[in-house]
Structure formats: C-alpha cells, structure tokens
Design a protein around this ligand. Structure first.
Ligand code: UDX
Length: 463
C-alpha cells in the first residue's frame, strides 16, 4: 500500500527566483512553511538574500523583508544547498523560446539532473514552470538516470497561474490549484502544503483528516501529470485567443464605423463568454502568452495535430503593431524627423517587465522610421535603458508625461497604465506641436478627447 503522505511538514525548496519562483516562495513562507530559495544567478540570489527584490511587483519588497525577518524564507548560497535542505522542490526555472517556437527545456533538464546528483534523501519534485505536455515524465527519467543509490523521487505538476503585477494577490487568492500527481502520497503532500492557504491553518496543526478532506475542496483540480501541463498551456492559449479574437473584431468595427468596446461589453455580459480579456488594442505581450501559444502550437504539431488555428492567433497579434504604425502614417504621412511621445514601455501596467512587450516592438518600428522619440513609462524606463534599442541616438526620457509632450507631433499610448487617464490633457494639448493622440490601448474616453480639441484615434472605435 502507498504511503498516506510522502512528507509530513516538509521543508520546501524553490529553484529559480524569478517572476514565478519568488512570489511562490514568499507566499508559501508567509502561510507558514519553511522555504529555502536558490537561483543560478549568484548576484540575484545575493540581492534577494539582502532583502532587495530583483523586479517590481506590488507588495513584493515588503513581503520579502517580512519573511526574511520571520526566518521562514532564506536564500541558499548554492542550488545544491537548497536541494539538500528540502523535501519538496518546486522547479520554477525559465522555459524560454527556441527559434522554431518550441520551449527551450535546458534549464528544466539541468534542474532535474542537479537535483538527482545532489539528493541524499527522497524528494518530491514539483514542476511549476510552464512546460509542454510530457515534460514532467522526461524530468522523471532524468531524476532516475542520475539518482544516487537508495534515493527515490516522485514528480508532480503544479502550474502557476499568477499574473505579473498582481502576483502576490493571485498567490493568496487562487481561482484553482491544479495538482498533477502520480500517487496518493504526492497528492496528499501537495494538499497539505496548500491547505493553510485556503483555511488559514498553521502548517504544524494540520491533521491527516483535514488533508484527506481537502481534495473535495472545489479549488483543487487533481489530475495526472500530462493533463496538468495541458491545463496551463491551454489556459494561456485560450486567453491569447480571446485577445486576438477581439482585435480582429476591432478591425471589422473600424471598417464598419462601429465601436469595439461596446461589442465587447455586449458579448462579455453573456456568462458563457465573460468580459475579461476582451480589451482590444496593441495585442498581448509578456513572458508567457506569446511564448506559450508558440510552444503549444509546436508541441501540437509535433504530435501530429493541425495547429493552424493557434498559429493564426499569434499572427493576428504580431500584425497589431504594424496597424498602429499605419495609423500614425495615415495621420502624419512621413514619420522621419517627427517627434513622437510614446507613453508605456512595459507589456502591461503594474510591472516593469518589458519582455515581448508590444510597446517595445512599436518603439523598434518607430526607430526604423527615424523618428525622434520622447519616452515615458512609470516603472519600466530603467529596464528599457538596458536594451539595445536605447542605443538609438534620438531618444529622450521623461519622468513626467506632461514634459514628454512638449512640441511633439503625436502621443501614442502603448501601455494602459491607469495614471495616464488622470493626466492634465488640457495642458498637454497646448504644449504639443499637433494635438494627435493615438490611443493604442483604448484607455481614454474618445468623446472627452475630441471635445478637448484633440485629434484622437483609438482602436476599433474611430477611423
Ligand atoms: C499571463 C496569464 O494571465 C497568467 O495566468 C499566467 O500565469 C502568466 O501569463 P501575464 O503574462 O502576467 O499573465 O499577463 P496578462 O495579464 O495575461 O496579460 C498579457 C498581455 O495581454 C498583456 O500584454 C496585456 O496588455 C494583454 N491584454 C490582456 C490585452 O491586450 N487585452 C486584454 O483584454 C487582456
């Protein structure tokens, strides 16, 4: 008979302290577990150990200091040390994109091998990074191949659904907790770990009975490991599909003089459709959606499934930036030597992350057109300055959006930061060379902008 539970009161290790690993580590520490994190990037690990969050995420710095001070979260001086100190190891390393769109799983393989080679006791290895279906089975093979004698491993899949900008909120308020497992023992160990999140129990007070009852809690979706991996890829691909869908509807709205925000509202009130992720604009970006839809397409094709539907979802998204450039040209004709203010560099508000940001793709195209750029973003300017695009000679940076509008021929809103709504547009209009606002995120009220005398264009609302 299988063990009822693999580990009672496990020590938890987190490999990879990025946008997924760090909020997860701090969340688990905050609900009462002893958590040790590790990252291959020594300088990053050192900064975190000193209480410096390596990226912006609301509440993250405070949560880091709180859990270092409570003694429940620590950073290992090496990955090996974290492995040795843990019973359950969450793998949160990156799964970047290969040139053919597939997921580069070398960091995952490396984590599996390092765990196997450095484990002297049995471990439950939990894959949290987003990976194509069947990856955890490859991790299991790797663990077995490199395992020391008498050390046993189990694998599980527990995909992370947290969004950047609300990462900690999402950790503490999950819609669902997906547990892909291969045994009762692994399942019960993971139920035990997540129980304090749902019922605020102290980890040391959890009884076996509570663990067995937890599986009937609606939040838990308990599956085999492959299904759990597919839930994550399918979820992100569905979100991407919703966005490309509404963006295509926006194009039809423009050609027919209709209003996409009203279409989205009318559609979204149907609970079968839902109102979220129907915001038309510059398209989806970030480290997850663009990469996941490509990796999902590739794994489907490798398995012999016709994935042209998902390929088109991605193509629709890639075309969004060109459409905004066309609109700008439609108004200003020649772009060369025009001064354009771009507000927003981050891939979405609430983060300084610019990875796969549609705003970055837009800036790159504007640079190709040899415009003079005035850039403003509330959080992401420093990240931008680290990229090669910042080598372009004709860029000025502004901490205040009003200053950035001095003498410009157009303002493009590329990220829907809520603070852009409350800017003093009257002042801005007077400062601009020509009062053209191209709202690539449909953030502002068109009627108000036109009333103020702006030449204003949104997406799928006014042509
Ligand atoms: C996403 C998933 O939402 C999350 O569950 C998963 O764990 C990681 O990937 P994230 O990358 O943080 O989260 O961003 P998300 O909030 O999903 O937004 C992705 C992109 O879509 C952003 O560029 C955003 O601006 C864009 N978007 C979103 C739209 O263009 N329209 C919308 O209606 C919603």
């Amino acid at each position: 008979m299988e063990e009822k539970i693999m580990f009672d009161n496990p020590n938890i290790g987190i490999l990879g302290l990025g946008h997924v690993g760090l909020p997860t580590a701090l969340g688990l520490a905050d609900i009462g577990w002893n958590v040790i994190g590790a990252d291959d990037l020594k300088s990053k690990a050192q900064d975190i150990a000193n209480g410096d969050a390596p990226f912006y995420e609301p509440g993250l710095s405070e949560m880091l200091i709180k859990n270092i001070n409570s003694g429940r979260f620590s950073v290992a001086s090496s990955v090996e040390e974290a492995i040795d100190a843990s019973d359950v190891i969450f793998v949160c390393v990156g799964t970047p994109q290969n040139d053919d769109g597939s997921a580069d799983l070398s960091q995952i393989e490396n984590a599996g091998r390092t765990i196997a080679q450095n484990s002297n006791t049995n471990k439950l290895v939990v894959e949290k990074s987003t990976t194509p279906v069947s990856t955890s089975l490859r991790i299991k093979d790797t663990l077995r191949r490199y395992a020391k004698e008498n050390v046993e491993f189990e694998v599980a899949v527990n995909p992370e659904f947290l969004r950047e900008g609300t990462g900690l909120y999402d950790f503490f308020n999950p819609d669902r907790i997906v547990l892909g497992v291969e045994s009762e023992a692994a399942k019960n160990t993971l139920l035990q770990i997540y129980l304090p999140l749902l019922d605020q129990t102290n980890p040391s007070d959890i009884s076996d009975k509570e663990i067995y009852e937890a599986k009937s809690n609606d939040k838990f979706v308990i599956t085999d490991v492959n299904t759990a991996e597919l839930i994550k890829h399918a979820s992100n691909s569905f979100l991407a599909t919703k966005i490309s869908f509404i963006n295509l509807v926006a194009d039809i709205c423009e050609k027919s003089g209709s209003d996409v925000s009203k279409v989205a509202k009318g559609m979204g009130l149907d609970p079968r459709i839902g109102s979220s992720f129907l915001q038309a604009g510059l398209g989806f970006g970030g480290y997850c959606l663009p990469k996941d839809i490509k990796a999902f397409t590739k794994i489907g094709e490798d398995l012999g499934v016709d994935m042209s539907f998902f390929r088109e979802v991605d193509n629709v998204n890639i075309r969004r930036v060109d459409q905004i450039i066309d609109k700008l040209k439609g108004k200003l004709w020649v772009l060369r030597d025009k001064t354009i203010a771009v507000w927003g560099i981050a891939f979405k508000p609430g983060t300084d992350d610019i990875r796969e940001s549609p705003a970055m793709a837009l800036i790159e195209k504007l640079i190709e057109e040899e415009v003079k750029l005035n850039l403003h973003d509330p959080k992401a300017m420093e990240e931008f300055k680290r990229t090669s695009l910042s080598e372009y000679s004709n860029i000025e940076y502004f901490t205040d959006p009003i200053d950035s509008s001095n003498n410009v021929d157009a303002i493009i809103i590329a990220t829907d930061w809520p603070e852009f709504k409350s800017v003093d547009y009257k002042n801005i209009k007077d400062a601009m060379q020509y009062p053209f606002v191209l709202d690539a995120r449909n953030l502002l009220n068109p009627v108000e902008m036109l009333d103020m005398g702006f030449d204003y264009i949104g997406v799928g609302r006014y042509s």
